[in-house]
Structure formats: C-alpha cells, structure tokens
Ligand binder design. Structure first.
Ligand SMILES: CC(C)(COP(=O)(O)OP(=O)(O)OC[C@H]1O[C@@H](n2cnc3c(N)ncnc32)[C@H](O)[C@@H]1OP(=O)(O)O)[C@@H](O)C(=O)NCCC(=O)NCCS
Length: 229
C-alpha cells in the first residue's frame, strides 16, 4: 500500500460543517466491533459465543439421536439469529451513547474546551480520518490526556494516516503540558492494538466495560519515562 506523504494529508482542527462527517466515520468504522463482539467469548448478550457453540453441538447430538434434525437445526439457527441481533443492538447502543455524550457538540466539547482538541485528516478536500484528545477523567492530577475517536476510513487505512493523526494529537498534548497519554481499545481489535503498540503505547490494564473486555494503553510524554497516573 502506497503511503500518503505529509504534504498530501492535511491535519487540522475540525470545522463546524464537518461534525456530521466525523460522526459518520465513527459509526461506519466502528461497525467492525460487531465482528469482534460476535467472536468474543464474553457474554455481551445473555449467552457467550462459546456457550452458543456448545449449545449447538448438544442440540445436534440430541437431533441425531432423536432423528428430529430439522427441528433442532431450526432451533440452533434461530438462536444464532437472535444472538446476532442482540450484538447489533449492543453496537447501536454503544454508538448512540457515544454520539450523545461525546459527539453532539464537538465544537464546544472539544475545539473550544481547554485541554481538548478534535482533529481531522483531509486528503484531496475529503475528511478521511479523525482523532480527539481530552483530559483523562479518572486522573485527579489533570496531567493525563485521553486519546479518543481514532478512525481512518477503510479506503485510506494502512497508508500512514493514523500515524500522522497520532503525531499531531501527541504534539498537541506535549504543547499543552500533558505528561501521559492513555487510550482504551477493545481487546481483540488487532488493527488498533498493533497500531498503538507499534507507536509505542504499553498496555496498562484490562477492564470490563459494558460487558466488553477493554485494554487501557499508556505512553509517557515526558523525556524521562516515568509513569504518573
Ligand atoms: C487503527 C487505525 C486508526 C490505524 O490507522 P492507519 O492509518 O491504518 O494506520 P497506519 O497506516 O499509520 O499504520 C501504522 C502501523 O499500525 C499497524 N497497523 C495498522 N493497521 C493494521 C492492520 N490492519 N493490521 C495489522 N497492523 C496494522 C502497522 O504496524 C502499521 O505499520 P505498517 O503499515 O508499516 O506495518 C485504523 O485501522 C482504523 O481506523 N481502524 C478502525 C477503527 C479502530 O479500530 N479505531 C481504533 C479505536 S480505539
């Protein structure tokens, strides 16, 4: 994949007329979570993927011995369809909660807010990526920033855009005086995990958030690599 050069990608503050595009990119690119949730053994719904597989095998065995395969297969397929829709609902709730709490007023919540920013990557006049920074809520010292909304549209992924966005977000944090940068990502998200680790983030801990195993990653912004959160 040909990397886009620094000259080709413009990274700047989001403009008021681009907030809808940022929401659209967020919804579209985070749809990958559906796949992730589907393959997760965590019980996002009332039963986990692993339990569904076991249930299906047991149902098939019962069907084999009772010779009522059609009925049992119908039960298994129905269960899977229900699980898929439950996961879809989880994803939609996550999206609407995020949009409600963080993205309804991007300009006032990020651009005009002290210690926060919302940047977009523009290529050929088109917004192709986003990233945001805000004060990390659970740090009383106020010296830790949280990285959010790191998304690059599928067509431009793996071309250096994410790294450029992260460079700009990191520079913003250093200039503002933050000493640490943290972020959360879903465990099992190979793209984001590789991306952050490659950039120099270290895993701090895993937590459970709304039934999803989430990893917190951390990086020091100080020259001397001292943890301060
Ligand atoms: C994660 C994401 C922002 C990365 O952006 P990007 O522009 O594709 O990243 P870059 O091109 O700068 O990649 C830098 C490095 O990250 C790693 N990486 C990026 N995408 C990867 C992938 N699909 N698989 C494995 N490693 C990947 C690689 O090490 C890559 O370096 P390389 O191409 O020289 O091997 C982008 O894939 C994305 O938007 N994903 C969907 C949304 C998401 O998961 N966001 C994170 C939410 S916490």
């Amino acid at each position: 994949m040909i990397q886009l050069t620094k000259k080709e990608i413009l990274i700047r503050d989001i403009e008021p007329n681009e907030t809808d595009i940022a929401v659209k990119i967020f919804k579209k690119e985070s749809f990958e979570l559906v796949d992730l949730f589907w393959n997760s053994n965590v019980s996002l719904t009332f039963i986990s993927h692993f339990e569904w597989i076991c249930t299906s095998i047991v149902c098939c065995l019962i069907g084999y011995f009772t010779e009522s395969i059609t009925y049992i297969m119908f039960t298994v397929i129905s269960c899977y369809i229900i699980r898929y829709f439950q996961i879809l609902r989880c994803y939609m709730t996550y999206c609407s909660d995020t949009v409600k709490t963080e993205m309804t007023d991007i300009i006032n919540s990020f651009v005009n807010e002290d210690g926060c920013c919302f940047k977009v990557a523009v290529f050929d006049g088109e917004v192709i990526g986003t990233v945001a920074v805000r004060k990390y809520a659970s740090n009383p010292k106020g010296r830790t920033a949280e990285l959010l909304r790191m998304y690059v549209t599928k067509k431009y992924q793996r071309r250096g855009v994410g790294s450029r966005l992260l460079d700009v977000a990191r520079d913003y944090c250093v200039t503002y005086g933050y000493e640490n940068l943290v972020l959360k990502t879903t465990v099992g998200n190979v793209k984001s995990t590789n991306f952050y680790v490659r950039y120099g983030f270290n895993e701090l801990q895993k937590i459970m958030e709304s039934g999803v195993v989430t990893a917190i990653y951390w990086m020091s912004l100080k020259k001397e690599d001292k943890q301060n959160i």
